[in-house]
Design a binder for this molecule. Sequence first.
Ligand code: HEM
Length: 285
Amino acid sequence: MSEVRYCRLMGLSKGSPSSNNLLVGPHGLAHFRYMRRFFNAPVAVLDELCVTYGSVCRLGFGPLRVVIIGDPTVLRELFATSTESFRWGNKFNVLGFVVGNESMIVSDGPDHTRRRSSVQAAFSRRRLNGWIPMIIERTDVAIDRLTDTLKERDQIVDLYPIGRMLVLEVAIRALFGERLAARTMEIGNLFERPQEYLESSFFKQLPHPFPFTARSRVRSDRRALDAIIDAEIAQRRSQPSGDPLDVLENLVKEGTLSDSEIRNQVVSLIGAGYNTTAASLAWMM
Ligand code: HEM
């Protein structure tokens, strides 16, 4: 069996514990040094590990053990593998703290299927097409706003924050309809600190209950976001708008998710759809 095949076994199946030894990786003090650096800022360490141990190697131990896969052949196999072979709910899953442990992004098995299919129904082709005029209209408004503020003909403008705000505006309108669009900035601000927190080092994200810390501030941002979403859920129950494009109304009407599950999916959709798309847009421009 080739090394590549062993790595696939290690990364995807439960395998035997001894199969860990089949993978190369650092030992002794170097191992601890690499781990400390990896959990602080992984990118440079990944390059170094690749040069020293090859594009498929291991790092860490116990629940902190990771298999690093950088070989395109192995990656192709990995991406083609059924999602049933992967598990999310590990002890060190830090994403759940921000998006909520009932978010589909951090769910497995039947819970994942139920949460995902509920949200998927809200993203039908008909609904996506229905958003296009709104996306064009918001883009036109953003361009007009920009050209109105330009003072000189050759002025250099950073388009990233403009594109980012546009993407957020579109996401808020798509999820909540027109009513909440006026609070786009407020919602964007409530996402700032959680986003920064998720990008901070693994060690800074270790769970703790202490007040006046980055973690406690993220907790309070999340509470504020939950309050906004709760008010929107209540509003849709008491006075449904009947807007077929409103994703939240659709989730409430469908009734397969609890309120806290709905909250977690909404936060995940904004979080997952906002920075990713804004970064892609910036890259394209
Ligand atoms: C260029 C834009 C985007 C990129 C590069 C991107 C990338 C990804 C990736 C890599 C994952 C897998 C994450 C993982 O399982 O660890 C993912 C999942 C997900 N993304 Fe995106 N995404 C983009 C846009 C969006 C948008 C616009 C939305 C929502 C409106 C969205 C919602 C989600 C959700 C809900 C999941 C979790 C799916 C599940 O667990 O079944 N993404 N995305």
